[in-house]
Design a protein around this ligand. Structure first.
Ligand SMILES: Cc1ncc(COP(=O)(O)O)c(C=O)c1O
Length: 402
């Protein structure tokens, strides 16, 4: 029957409502899926999580009848604080931690707490799309700062700061993913972190450190958290269980000075985080998580090695790529003039998915000749096959000349 009285929300949407729909809720996936960052599906600790949940529910399941603590399940906040102290030398207590839906929500909370339309935010020249989306949502003037394989270039950062100040637009904060950067793959060195803290203190600009990959180091020395290098409260820090357990758990956290946390907490509606998930993750974190992280790192290392070897075999000297010491991403750089935005659909037809680099650019267009390749999902054998297919596609498109 034709709907004659169909109601329309057009005209009712808030001025601040998102103008663009988000990515399709269930995006189509390629067989060789290097596009999205999934953990290895085969090694998800499902049995251990079920057991942990059962244990927790036996002990305190009836508490699910009441709303959880607004900052999130206290024992899990205790665990996070002690993990940050143990692994990142950060001096925080459970009262300094807010649990949230992954680390996306903490980033959003910071954006909502600090950003007015037009505020300048400085960040790496290519950066996680979710953060870009959030910053755009709050109308931020996002300025990418030049990096090399050691991280943000201090001179470039200072130049961006003084330029913005000269325009009467002192940056609200600096956002960085210093460890196994998404999408670039590098880890910011200690010297660069110290320089960043020094600039933050000198110009009075806070830093938002997004460290969701830090536990996935399978090579090289750990580098101290930026948060641990500052004792002035200028560094906010977001972390997540997504990359060490599973994104489906939707659990992460934010820490920072209390005055920031108080406002951030007020931006979060809904009353605490999912207690059901928090109970399972807490019991699991107290027992099997460290061993699981070790196992995941071994698997990821094998997959990274498979991708590096396949790139070497199939791309030779025709392209450049990063060699990350951890995390999930390799950054591929084809010669200037290559258009990996246009080639994405062709690659998808050939069953290979990747994310064009320009989607990570604050201006949305730079880096057409680049792409992010995730090595977390497919098996090493599939990675070899997929990279070979990708090279075939690029050769057919006239982009692989070497
Ligand atoms: C750098 C970075 N930050 C935050 C997130 C958000 O992840 P989650 O909300 O699942 O913790 C991601 C996801 O890929 C990411 O790459």
């Amino acid at each position: 029957m034709p709907q004659t009285d169909q109601f329309s929300y057009q005209g009712l949407f808030a001025k601040s409502a998102p103008k663009e729909p988000p990515r399709a809720a269930t995006a189509e996936r390629a067989k060789y899926d290097f596009a999205v960052a999934y953990p290895d599906p085969e090694s998800l600790p499902l049995d251990d999580l079920v057991e942990s949940l059962k244990l927790a529910l036996d002990e305190e399941g009836k508490d699910l009848a009441v709303y959880p603590h607004q900052m999130g399940y206290p024992p899990l906040r205790e665990y996070v604080a002690s993990k940050l102290a143990r692994d990142r030398q950060m001096s925080v207590t459970a009262d300094d931690i807010i649990l949230a839906d992954g680390s996306s929500q903490p980033l959003h909370m910071v954006g909502e707490s600090l950003l007015d339309h037009g505020d300048v935010v400085l960040t790496e020249e290519f950066v996680y799309m979710g953060t870009l989306g959030m910053l755009r949502r709050f109308g931020a003037d996002i300025r990418g700062v030049e990096c090399d394989e050691d991280g943000l270039l201090p001179d470039a950062l200072e130049g961006a700061i003084t330029r913005a100040i000269g325009q009467g637009k002192k940056p609200k904060f600096i956002y960085t993913i210093p460890t196994f950067q998404n999408p670039l793959g590098w880890t910011m060195t200690l010297e660069r972190r110290q320089a960043l803290v020094e600039l933050s203190q000198r110009y009075d600009i806070p830093v938002l450190e997004d460290d969701c990959y830090v536990d996935l180091r399978f090579e090289g020395e750990s580098v101290p958290a930026i948060h641990s290098l500052d004792d002035t409260g200028r560094v906010m820090y977001a972390g997540s269980f997504s990359k060490i357990i599973a994104p489906g758990m939707r659990l992460g956290y934010l820490t920072g000075p209390q005055e920031l946390l108080d406002v951030a907490r007020a931006t979060k509606s809904g009353g605490g985080v999912n207690q059901f998930a928090a109970l399972a993750v807490h019991r699991y974190a107290m027992s099997g998580l460290d061993a699981h992280i070790e196992e995941s790192k071994g698997i990821l290392r094998t997959k990274r090695d498979a991708m590096l070897a396949a790139l070497g075999e199939n791309f030779g000297t025709a392209a450049k790529w990063s060699t990350p010491e951890g995390g999930l991403y390799i950054w591929l750089e084809m010669p200037e003039g290559a258009d990996l935005v246009a080639a994405r659909d062709v690659a998808f037809e050939a069953e290979v998915g990747y994310t064009p680099g320009s989607l990570f650019a604050p201006d949305g267009t730079s880096g057409k000749n680049t792409a992010r390749l995730c090595f977390g999902y497919n098996t090493p054998q599939e990675i070899h096959e997929g990279i070979a297919k990708l090279a075939e596609v690029f050769a057919r498109e006239g982009m692989l000349i070497g």
